[in-house]
Design a protein around this ligand. Sequence first.
Ligand SMILES: C[S@@+](CC[C@H](N)C(=O)[O-])C[C@H]1O[C@@H](n2cnc3c(N)ncnc32)[C@H](O)[C@@H]1O
Length: 209
Amino acid sequence: MLTTRFPMSYIVHDYYFKKAKVQNYVARSIFKLCEIDERFKLFRQGDTVLDLGAAPGSWSQYVSQKIGPQGQVLGIDLCAISLKISNATFLTGDLNEMNLDEVLKENNFGKFFDVVISDMAPKTTGVRVVDQTASLGLCELALDIAKEFLKPHGSLVCKLFHSADFQVFKRDVQKKFSKVNVFIPKSTRKESKEVFLIAQNKLDSNYNT
Ligand SMILES: C[S@@+](CC[C@H](N)C(=O)[O-])C[C@H]1O[C@@H](n2cnc3c(N)ncnc32)[C@H](O)[C@@H]1O
């Protein structure tokens, strides 16, 4: 039997990969966000959502359906996204270098989002500590963006590679959100070290419409 020659993780990858293809989603990652949303109920009709590290676009595909025609998703990535979705705008750029305030104005977005999601991941080197540090840097970037551009009571989803600094980052997130959970979707590859932080109810009062 073919399946007995491969580890379980291969079979899981293959299953979600095929499922994404069949359902016309551009990546298997969509099922991670789907599981996260089923558990934490993040999106509502009419929401505005900022998707950090959005390429190739499966999370935006999911969000677009959940927020409906009155909602808007802005997806940003280093790589260009060629998807066409009526309630989504895609921009190319490095979020470390982008002046997001300017970008939002130029693209007719308001300053504040209902939900910020980050699936940002560094190019992995295979050197664990280097990859963990880079991943943590992207999470800190996502948290900084959420501090500035997320509405009070809004939610942040953030992916990171588990490391010794994980608890330190989690405590930083807990200073800004009343509810913080760690979640590993079933659709995450078994060999993966990634975990998701789901932060809800932003406490920040720095909000002017
Ligand atoms: C796992 S992929 C995202 C998959 C996406 N959520 C989906 O469902 O299609 C991670 C993405 O993070 C992006 N990324 C990493 N660092 C970034 C940065 N500094 N600015 C913008 N995007 C970044 C990468 O280019 C990559 O496309």
